[in-house]
Design a protein around this ligand. Sequence first.
Ligand SMILES: [Zn+2]
Ligand SMILES: [Zn+2]
Length: 647
Amino acid sequence: MPRTRTIRLAGLGLLLVVGCDRRPDSESPTARWDVVETLREEAAAERHASDGGGSAWIEGGALGADGPPAAGRPGRWTLTYEAGPLGVAEGGWIFLQAPPFWSWSTPQVLDLERPGFTEVSTEAEGVVLEPATLDHTLLGIEVRGRALREGERVRMVYGAGPAGAVGDRYAETGRFWIGVDGDGDGVRGLVDSLLAIRIEAGPAARLQLTLPSTARPGDTVRLTLAALDAVGNTGTEIDAEIELSGLGAGLEGPTAVRLDPTAGGRATCELSVVGEGIFAVAASGPDGLWGQSNPLVATADGRRILWADLHGHSGLTDGTGSPADYFTYARDVAALDVVALTDHDHWGMEPLALHPHLWQQIVDETARVHKPGRFVTLLGYEWTSWIHGHRHVLYFDDRGEIFDSTDPEFDSPLELWAALEGRSALTFAHHSAGGPIATNWEIPPDPTFEPVTEISSVHGSSEALDSPRLIYSPVPGNFVRDILDRGFQLGLIGSGDGHDGHPGLAHLAGVNGGLAAILSEELTRGGVLEAMKARRVYATNGPRIVLRAALCGRPMGSELEVGADGRCTLQPEGMVNELDVLAVAPELLQSIEIIRSGQISEAIPCEDSRVCRASRSLEALRPGEYVYLRVLQTDGGAAWSSPFFIR
Ligand SMILES: [Zn+2]
Ligand SMILES: [Zn+2]
C-alpha cells in the first residue's frame, strides 16, 4: 500500500482535464477522487525546459562512501548535483528525495544529533542555499542570491550527523532521486541519473525451509533452504553446515547441507519420497538457528498443489528491490511455483504507465525467468483505481500492456474488461472489504476475467467480519461473504501484496500475508489459468496448509446440481451430500468451520493436532446456496476453500 505521496504538485492550469470527466453511476464506498485528480494533474503538468536538468551522482557508487549499511541500520550517503546548460534560476529548487517507502530517515537540516541530518553546501560564490524538509523523505533546497549556472554543484551529505540516516528495513537495490524545479514555478522534473544504493541483509536469524505440499511415492522432491535475517531478508553472511532432521522412513536424503555467502545463504537439495505419509524436515545450525518446513503429504492420489503469490510490488513503484531481486526471492527463497510482479500502473516516483521503459523491464524479466514445469511467472500490473478499488491484471502470455486506471478511457472495470477482450488475462479485486480502498461491488465481477478474488494479503482478510486477522478500515457489507450472499460466484485466493521484496513470505515481516493454492497437475501458465477458471484454488494468509475438500465427490469451486429432494444429482452411490475435508497444517489446528450461505453451520474441532479430517452429510441443499471451509490454526493462520455453488 502506498504510504504517502511526495511529488510536488503543479497546482495550476489543469482543471479542464478534471472538470471534463464524468462521474460514474457507482463507485467504491471509500472512493478517493482527490487522489485521482492529483495524479491526473501531475501527469498533465507542463514542465519548463530547465526542470529535471543537470546530473547527479553518489560518492562511492552504490555502496556509499562508508560501505553498504545493513537493513535498518544507519548509513551516510554523499550526493552531488551538477547544474545542466539551463542552470537553476534564482527562486528555483533542487530536491533530495530518499526512497519514500520503508522508514528511511527524514532528511532534515535542523538537528545534527537526530537521524537524517543533511549537510547542504556549494562552492558557487553568491549562491545561497535554503534547505528545508518538505515531506517525510523529501528535502527541498531553494536557490537564492543568484542562479546556479551550468557546471556549478550542490553537495548533500545525507546522514552527516553522528546518528547517520537510517535506511530501509529491507535489503534492496534501490535509489535516490534528485528533482529540479529549474524556473521555480512549483513543477519539478526528475534528474535523469540513476543514484543506485544497496542495503545489505542483517545477521541470519532464521532458517526458512520449504517442501512441496504434495508428492507421490517414487517422486524426487526439492527442499529449499535459506538463512534469512530477522525480517526475512535474504543474502545473509552465513557460512555453516546445517543439519537436517525428520528424514528416514518414507523420505530420504542428505542429513546436512552447507550454506555459504557466495550463494546468498541459500541452497536446495533433493529428497526421495519412498512411501506414503506426512513429512516435515527440520534444520538446525550454529547459534540456535532453526527452522521447520511445511508439511509434505505423500499419497498416490489427490491433485498436486501449486503455491502462488500473484500480487506484489518492486522498487519500480512503491515496493523494494528490482524485478530480478523479486523473482529470485520468489524462486530461491520462498520456493513458489507461480509468481507475478504486479507493480502499479500509476503510483510511485515514476508511474509505469508514463515510463514504458520501466514496464519493459518487467515484461523482459518476467519472460526471462519463466520456466514451465519448474517456475511459472505471469506478466501483470495493478490497475490502481482510486474510484472503483484496486484490481491486478495478469496476462497468461508474454505480451501485455498497461490500461491506466487514471486514463478516462480505462477508468472503470467495465472499460478494463472491454480492453482485455480476446486476451488470455484475468483480473483480481483485492483488499476488497477495506484497507486503502474498498471494491465497488455494484459492478459485478466479469465472469470471464474475474473467476476468483483475493481475500487475504498484508492488508488482512476481506472474507467476513468474523475473520481472523481482519483487514483494517473494514466496510461492513463489502466483505467477500456479503457478495457471495448476493449470488456472485467467486473462487478464493490469497496473495501477499507485499512491498518488502519478499513474495511468498509477506507474512514474515508483518502479521498477515497471502498465498494462493492452485490445484493443477500442470505447472504451466495454461495449467494455472485452467485451474483458476474452474475455481480449483484456495487461499491462505501465509502458511502452507494442505486443504483437501470434496462435496458430493466434486472438487472445491464446483457447481453442484441438486434435485427437488435437496440431494446432489451427481454423487457416489450410497452417499448423501457428503462433504469430505482434510487439513494438514504447519502449526496446530484449532477447527475447520463449514460456512453455508452466510452462516457458520458447524465448527469441527481439531483438538490441537496438525492433521484434521472430517466427513459430514449436508442436509437439504437448495439452489442458490454456497458452502466453503475455513481452516483455523491456533496461531491465527488460516486457509479458505473456494466455495461449492449449489444450483
Ligand atoms: Zn492495491
Ligand atoms: Zn498491490
